[in-house]
Design a protein around this ligand. Structure first.
Ligand code: FOL
Length: 182
């Protein structure tokens, strides 16, 4: 990831405060306002992840998402801890950082980010984790039936929300502020 080099090496007080608020939003959206069944999760956690990605880049957003996973599991766990979902959290954060760090949100990068997370996280890694966690075969309908239905419905919803997030966030100001500060 090329832009990794330009990321902040350390965080100042304002950055830490912003990260903490976004992590709290991730925990709330994923554990309190999300829908979780044994084999499927539906939530709007991608919204604070995109904001963190725009502001802090892929490494910090990966780390922030992992911290949110740890806090969420420590406070509100409904199941045993499984490291695969921590890996998901890191990659998801890193993907949003990769597509949105210091960038405008366009239809193109909205669609790219949704397709990348959907294919890598929801259709490749999560089925592997669920098969391992529940000792079911990888081709089980328990894994695939709800997942394929969700995917078809969720891709347009997530793409539209991502794009319109670009319309409400003052990211041009954020980019200008970056250019002044660094
Ligand atoms: N272990 C850890 N570390 N974090 C968790 O959130 C977690 N959650 C469970 C068990 N161990 C955990 C509870 N069970 C899905 C379904 C059930 C589930 C956890 C995850 C699931 O299908 N998740 C998403 C993708 C994962 C993501 O967005 O990170 C999905 O594709 O629906």
């Amino acid at each position: 990831m090329l832009e990794m080099k330009n990321q902040k090496k350390h965080l100042d007080a304002r950055s830490i405060t912003t990260m903490a608020l976004l992590i709290a939003m991730m925990v709330t959206l994923s554990r309190l306002l999300g829908i979780e069944t044994q084999f499927l999760k539906i939530s709007f956690t991608f919204i604070p992840e995109i904001i963190m990605g725009m502001l802090f880049g892929s490494l910090w957003t990966g780390i922030g998402s992992v911290i949110a996973d740890f806090i969420g599991m420590a406070l509100f766990s409904k199941a045993a801890f499984f490291i695969g979902f921590t890996i998901n959290a890191f990659l998801e954060g890193a993907i949003y950082g990769y597509f949105f760090y210091k960038k405008e949100i366009t239809w193109k990068n909205s669609i790219q980010s949704v397709l990348t997370t959907t294919i890598l996280i929801n259709l490749i890694l999560t089925p592997l984790w669920l098969a391992m966690m529940y000792h079911v075969p990888l081709n089980s309908w328990l894994i695939w039936a709800p997942r394929l239905i969700k995917t078809v419905i969720w891709i347009p919803i997530q793409t539209i929300i991502t794009y319109f997030l670009g319309g409400v966030l003052p990211y041009k100001q954020w980019i200008a502020r970056f250019n002044r500060a660094h």
